[in-house]
Write a protein that binds this ligand. Structure first.
Ligand code: PXG
Length: 293
């Protein structure tokens, strides 16, 4: 595997960062998780835009333009012969001194890994997954805004551990007010009385790229989409529930905190959206190889 590190392609074993990189020392940096399907990078511009928004929020100057970062992502896929895969793009604050002052870090580091990912077992996509609400609440906007896709994912990891302890693979996170926010690496949706509902970004959810795509696909089907505050009660009494994320794609949820959702099987609108999502991933995106251009 060839890894992009600051403009060079390194073998996996030589792709290293310094122990003085503040990305490691303090989680000071940002990232994106992107997918390639059928020789194209899906929603590339949207991911790179979000990367630059995260950078802006943490006062990190990415020493490349949007277009240059997009080209580097596509080239990293090409170098690795990727047609279907997962791209992890990181920008760290770079090498500094001990002490958290980011001003001591001269140059951010940009790393791009193009590999594969399988978050959940294939059978969970067929049968649906069970999730639980966990005690760890989502970060406050006023503390570490969940809109920033930062290298500090401990809030999410703590919630993931709590889900695992409860025998589940994913956690529902509430915000400090008790409203549903999102899962540790996915946005959450319900279907109620024919409408598609997902928590507003102000509830502490990441501005998920898959979330946006699925909202568009639902509207295309003539379905009303809304973003009200949701409580656990709303989840329990939903007709259908599913999660969205670049890694997870769309995964049906059939049980939450021991309550069976809907019929206990993946719902019909969820199925329709899964189908439309996969159809879209096959035909859209930034071409990696010339013959597709
Ligand atoms: N919320 C959080 C906290 C996330 O980290 C999403 C929602 C979904 O956003 P997108 O833009 O992907 O639709 C994410 C994304 C992993 C992994 O390695 C995590 C994500 C994406 C890909 C892989 O666990 N999280």
């Amino acid at each position: 595997m060839k890894i992009y590190v600051d403009g060079k392609y390194c073998d996996e074993k030589n792709a290293k960062i310094s122990v003085f990189d503040h990305g490691l020392l303090y989680g000071d940096g940002i990232f994106e998780g992107i997918r390639a399907y059928n020789g194209r990078v899906f929603q590339l511009k949207e991911h790179i835009d979000r990367l630059f928004y995260s950078a802006k929020a943490i006062l990190l100057d990415i020493p490349m333009s949007h277009g240059e970062v997009m080209k580097a992502v596509v080239e990293t896929c090409r170098q690795n012969g990727i047609r279907d895969g997962y791209i992890r793009l990181l920008v760290t604050r770079g090498i500094g001194t001990l002490g958290l002052n980011p001003n001591r870090c001269k140059d951010p580091s940009i790393i791009i890994i193009a590999d594969t990912i399988q978050l959940y077992a294939p059978e969970l996509y067929e049968k649906g997954m069970e999730i639980v609400t966990v005690p760890t609440t989502r970060n406050l906007h006023s503390a570490l805004n969940p809109a920033i896709k930062s290298l500090n994912y401990l809030n999410n990891i703590l919630a993931k551990i709590e889900a695992n302890t409860a025998g589940c693979e994913e956690a529902v996170m509430l915000n400090a007010e008790g409203f549903v926010s999102e899962c540790t690496g996915d946005n959450i949706f319900i279907v109620k009385a024919g409408r598609v509902l997902t928590p507003p970004l102000s509830a502490g959810a990441l501005h998920g790229i898959t979330r946006g795509v699925v909202m568009d696909l639902a509207r295309e089907e003539g379905v009303t989409v809304a973003e009200p505050n949701l409580t656990r009660y709303d989840l329990f009494n939903a007709d259908e529930c599913f999660l969205t994320g670049t890694g997870a794609e769309l995964i049906p949820i059939v049980k939450i905190d021991g309550r069976v959702i809907g019929t206990g099987r993946p719902g019909p609108l969820t199925g329709k959206l899964v189908e439309k999502y996969h159809a879209l991933t096959k035909i859209s995106g930034e071409p990696i190889y010339d013959e597709m251009g």
